[in-house]
Design a protein around this ligand. Structure first.
Ligand code: DGL
Length: 261
């Protein structure tokens, strides 16, 4: 008999990007209780120094796992996962599921052989990303584009309902300079939130990691049943940030509690 679970699936990101993964988790695991934690006091992660980030991510995730009593941690952040998965697995008492750019499916999906990797400046040049490309896409051309400005646009969209179309267009422009590019990996969890605001000049296949992460969480949990279903909860390192309550509410979470204070 499989023992019952008590805690939720905890989703972690620097900001609201992990909410794009919440969507995929709810589709695959509609009965799983979810909790959300973000380190928005340190947002954005994508332009910060690696050593500082590893220590920060481990500290925040340790506090969030303890506060939520999570059964499993989903690091719904490519910038954190491509850097700190080993450190998190060594430091935490629960399984850790990471999010890394979906290079493998994109390399299989492209018809032209040219794919774009749109991610933060940190993720586009990480050794982890180099290895993904070496392992799965040496027969493809991979165009790496740092789209840090899009992180702020996704935050703004969820906080206020509006975006700056010119900022989005400028961030995507380097992709469209590649005439044969037909597939784009959204290698930052903030970016799927902006999909309706992307205006590509030709048909593009967009690939994100949401469904693959949900599949992996499903595997890790096995055939779970919860002894008691804990209520949805959320935590943030800057719980007072304007617009955060609205963003959480849109995805079914209550106003976040303060983490680390
Ligand atoms: N959502 C994060 C990711 O997937 C990054 C955002 C940030 O720069 O903090 O990479």
């Amino acid at each position: 008999m499989v023992p019952p679970l008590n805690g939720p699936v905890l989703i972690f990101d620097s900001g609201v990007g992990g909410l794009s993964v919440v969507r995929a988790l709810r589709e695959r695991l509609p009965d799983a209780p979810l909790a959300y934690a973000c380190d928005n006091a340190a947002l954005p992660y994508g332009t910060k120094e690696d050593g500082w980030l590893v220590a920060r991510i481990v500290m925040v995730c340790r506090a969030a796992v303890a506060a939520s009593g999570a059964e499993v941690l989903v690091v719904a952040c490519n910038t954190a996962s491509t850097l700190a998965l080993d450190a998190l697995r060594a430091a935490l008492p629960v399984p850790v599921v990471g999010t890394v750019p979906a290079i493998k499916p994109a390399a299989a999906l492209t018809a032209s052989g040219v794919i774009g990797l749109l991610a933060t400046s940190a993720t586009v040049c990480r050794p982890y990303t180099d290895r993904l490309i070496e392992d799965f896409a040496t027969h493809r051309t991979v165009v790496r584009v740092a789209g840090d400005a899009l992180v702020g646009q996704a935050e703004q969209l969820l906080a206020t309902g509006s975006v700056n179309a010119a900022v989005i267009e400028a961030a995507l422009a380097p992709l469209w300079r590649q005439p044969e590019l037909d597939t784009v990996v959204l290698g930052c969890t903030h970016f799927p939130l902006l999909r309706d605001h992307f205006r590509p000049p030709r048909a593009i296949t967009w690939v994100d990691s949401g469904a693959a992460i949900a599949r992996r969480v499903d595997q890790v949990l096995g055939t779970p049943h919860w002894a008691l279903t804990p209520p949805a909860m959320a935590w943030a390192t800057d719980a007072e940030r304007a617009g955060l309550v609205a963003a959480c509410r849109t995805f079914g979470f209550p106003p976040p509690l303060s983490l680390l204070t």
